[in-house]
Unconditional design. Sequence first.
Length: 478
Amino acid sequence: MNLNKTSRDTLAGSPAVLVPVKRFDQAKLRLTTVLTSEARAKLAREMAEHVLEAASPLPCAVVCDDSQVSQWATSKGAIVLQEPAQGLDQAVSSGVDTLFAHGASEVIIAHSDLPHATNLMRLSGYNGITLVPDRYESGTNVICIPAGCKFKFSYGQGSFRRHLDEALRSGLQVRVVRDSDLGLDVDMPDDLYRAFGTAHPSYLPVLKLPSAMSPPGNLSTDLPVPASALAIGAHPDDIELGCGGTLAKWAGGGATIYYLILTDGSKGTWDRSSSPAMLASLRKEEQNESARRLTSTGAENIIWLDAVDGELECNLANRYEISKIIQSLRPQIILGHDPWRRYRLHPDHRNAGFLTIDAIVAARDHSFSPDSPTDPHRPKALLLFEADQPNHLENISNYLGAKLASLLAHRSQLQSTFGIDPQTMPGPDTDNVDTDEPMSSTAGSSSLAARLEYSARMHGNLVTGITHGEAFHLLTDL
């Protein structure tokens, strides 16, 4: 596609922003349950205008296949790249090629539904590829690539992982920027509340708080350090992911920390040459090292139910075994999976949550286990991590490094769980992890550090004044 001289002069040697925009009346179809077609079109247009404003002062191009969008983009001073209807991937690829052919030094591709986008120019100037995932780390809201980079775009559900793999294959340096503003896109009704709160445009409906969110300020914070706590996880590494910062904080305050791992972890690998028995043995060693790093806990405080990975059942036998452990250890606080988290796929996580809750009931009442060798025990509180509806936050601002170090001890999970090439990691005895270094294709730990920091920051945002947190659903009426 040939551009006029003014556009060519604007692009020459400069970073440029590319915004793909579909027909406004066909945008945001997943909001049809809450918005009229007119409101959807207006919302899509206003968000696209906001993204164009965020592109300033860089030259900005809109790639589209609709004459009305083309007219709108022209009226906003954007370069128009009209492509025939051919899907998002091909439209973006053609638009990028055109901008590079006319002298752009790098191209920042930003979706048009980012209502909080600001200052896209800050992403330019990096000597490599920059990816900005959505808040779920599923989609890719912004990509920045330098001239000369042949990049295969693959948008749609799960695109962030595909784009990250493509970036790493390029041989260039790779940076992942997790940004709360750029990470917020609007696809579903709940997103409207996150984007606009109650200060919404008049053409939108009255926005109600999504059931899975608790309003900032309404969460309790920071339980007193217990004398002892029992964390129950389906697999090795689940506890560290769900509540590692909280356990590190409590251990530092003098609490005795116990771990109960319900399965042997024998299926957590993509390596077909690894036998289940070998992996189960390795994961026990990794769990011991992880607990040492996180809470200075020895193997004597780690208990294994040893159910086969992927086959954990919520049955009376397992409930009884866990209840006996609770009665024996007598923890003040128990932490475990939230079994009511919606759309949870892994059966072990779901069953682990229900087993934890059922075992607490069995442990507190003697009639559930009349032949138990120990007296009944009722913990003071239950904290459910991965909470669907959090109501409590623990401040872990000083414990992110400990959480990261404990997760890196699970070396067998680096690739399958964390998406890190084990060959990019230091040796298994390394404890010194730099959590501030930008991610590159040779610095796997920093990608995990960034993910942990982003998740903890999003949880911390639930309560004013807390920078990084772990969110739970707290139950005290046990």
